[in-house]
Design a protein around this ligand. Structure first.
Ligand SMILES: NC(=O)c1ccc[n+]([C@@H]2O[C@H](COP(=O)([O-])OP(=O)(O)OC[C@H]3O[C@@H](n4cnc5c(N)ncnc54)[C@H](OP(=O)(O)O)[C@@H]3O)[C@@H](O)[C@H]2O)c1
Length: 257
């Protein structure tokens, strides 16, 4: 059987990049999706190829229907199969405005990228996987959604982001339910505070909070920590699980006294 194929959205940088590199090292052919960083995406592809793996870079804005369709079409044109979709692309709340000042423009941007995009890309990918499972060209499919501790921890200056991530958690359960008996597993991977460009502007705040014991495991998460969780799912170590949230957060989610 030919190599399995994964699409990782937003894999030019940060967590997505680490996931793309890990899956390529695991033997997947990988579509490296980017929106506005072509050079970074090409570097990821070159790194994967230099290590003996296979990858292509595809420019696509996941919030647009045309972008989502391009992503799937280019992947199929190259490898003619799709086994895994990782919905990783995401943006933080522009300006981190207080909930009483939040704007509908930001709402549309954040919800469009972080929730509507993944929802309809999952729909497209699931339909593609279902047709391939039926014709026997792939044995099963996996869809992995990158949520956030913001799906349950309140930050009133990032309401759009929190609501989008809470929606992504329910989206995972909905697709897991619908696809459970169709050989497609759906998982939520829930990162804590991870060192990437996204958290760069608030690094000092989190440095202090982590040092003061915000998380039982007292360190920043790294993109590779998240990539390993995705790798374990894709390696079929959870054959009788679906709809599961897997926290990669140093224990942030624990309620403590
Ligand atoms: N960092 C954290 O602490 C943390 C914690 C919890 C959850 N998360 C989630 O983990 C995911 C990755 O976060 P990160 O920290 O790695 O972010 P990041 O470093 O800011 O990277 C974001 C990635 O998403 C891509 N992207 C943004 N908008 C896109 C769009 N419309 N279409 C396609 N790609 C798009 C970017 O591509 P271009 O550069 O090409 O535009 C980039 O590759 C996000 O969903 C985020 O919400 C992060």
């Amino acid at each position: 059987m030919s190599k399995r194929v994964a699409i990782v959205t937003g894999s030019s940088r940060g967590i997505g990049r680490a996931i793309a590199e890990q899956l390529a090292a695991d033997g997947y052919s990988v579509t490296v999706n980017y929106n506005s960083s072509p050079d970074a995406a090409m570097q990821v592809v070159a790194g994967i190829e230099n290590a003996g793996g296979e990858a292509i870079a595809v420019q696509a804005n996941v919030s647009s229907e045309q972008g989502r369709s391009q992503l799937i079409q280019d992947t199929l044109a190259k490898w003619n199969r799709l086994d895994v979709l990782v919905n990783n692309a995401g943006i933080t709340s522009p300006g981190r405005l207080d909930i009483l000042e939040a704007t509908s423009e930001n709402w549309d941007l954040v919800l469009g990228t972080n929730l509507k995009g993944p929802f309809f890309l999952t729909q497209d990918a699931a339909n593609q996987m279902l047709s391939q499972i039926e014709e026997g060209t792939i044995p099963a499919g996996k869809i992995i959604n990158l949520s956030s501790l913001s799906s349950y921890a309140s930050s009133p200056n990032r309401a759009d982001y929190c609501i989008a991530k809470a929606g992504l958690a329910m989206m995972t359960q909905l697709f897991a339910d619908r696809l459970g008996n169709e050989h497609i597993q759906v998982f939520e991977v829930c990162p804590g505070i991870i060192a990437t460009d996204m958290t760069g502007p608030v690094k000092e705040k989190y440095d202090l909070q982590i040092a003061e014991g915000l998380t039982p495991i007292k360190r920043w998460g790294q993109p590779e920590d998240v990539a390993k969780a995705v790798s374990a799912i894709c390696a079929d170590y959870f054959p009788f699980s679906t709809g599961q949230r897997i926290n990669v957060d140093g224990g942030f989610h624990l309620r403590r006294l």
